[in-house]
Design a protein around this ligand. Structure first.
Ligand SMILES: [Mg+2]
Length: 233
């Protein structure tokens, strides 16, 4: 079983065995290695984690925002987030005109006001952050990322490591992030496929953007913690 006190003591022991004459650069390298490899029988792991559709129910917040912003338009029919089956929301939000309108909805104040955690996500992440370095990786427009950053600060303050990739002006890809020797959880199969992560987990319900995924799948956050902690003990 993982024991927090043992962990602290063992890391202290590792620090103590470094010869005093070593340079500061070498010490930096040693500390980086310490976080990477099994030392004294303990492995410190990194967990890269997608935001939309993994930590939070973005599909639900998106449909609620669409219903709020478009309700006075002609031919409006309320969107049902449970029935969304298209990446661009074209099936439930047909009044959105092009990718620009989708992007604006994702960046709106109302979207972040409505955004909810996936069931048990916050509780599981709180437990996991004691054993893993959690790094959130998310792609969005400039305004979406600015508001996302504030949302994370206000709602998930114990996660300090966040990589936000701005896709305005260029096509952005999470393969830019080196996930070697780490776990990676995402709901989009193409993100998982292009990553160099050691263990990849597809999160959530089956959608067209992940239905071809053949690897590990977790539908609930309780399954994620069982899997990740099982790998440590
Ligand atoms: Mg996602």
């Amino acid at each position: 079983m993982f024991n927090e006190m043992d962990y602290a003591l063992n890391l202290k022991r590792v620090d103590e065995i470094i010869p005093r004459h070593l340079s500061k650069d070498w010490l930096g390298m040693w500390r980086a290695l310490k976080n990477k490899y099994r030392i004294w029988g303990i492995t410190v792991k990194k967990l890269f984690l997608d935001f939309d559709g993994c930590i939070v129910n973005s599909i639900k917040a998106f449909c609620q925002t669409y219903n709020y912003l478009y309700k006075y338009k002609a031919d409006f029919v309320p969107a049902d987030w449970m029935k969304v089956n298209q990446w661009d929301f074209g099936d439930q939000c047909p009044l959105l005109e092009g990718s620009e309108a989708v992007s604006e909805t994702f960046a709106s104040k109302h979207f972040f006001k409505k955004l909810e955690f996936m069931p048990n996500a916050k509780e599981v992440l709180y437990q996991l952050h004691k054993e893993f370095q959690i790094i959130i990786v998310s792609i969005g427009s400039h305004l979406n990322l600015a508001r996302k950053s504030m949302w994370l600060y206000q709602n998930l303050g114990f996660v300090k490591d966040v990589i936000l990739l701005n896709n305005e002006g260029t096509k952005m890809d999470k393969l830019l992030v080196n996930m070697k020797d780490s776990f990676f959880i995402d709901d989009v199969a193409s993100n998982l496929n292009s990553s160099n992560a050691e263990i990849k987990i597809c999160y959530g319900q089956i959608y067209p953007w992940n239905d071809e995924w053949q690897g590990i799948r977790c539908v609930k956050w309780n399954e994620v913690i069982r899997l990740l902690k099982g790998g440590i003990d």
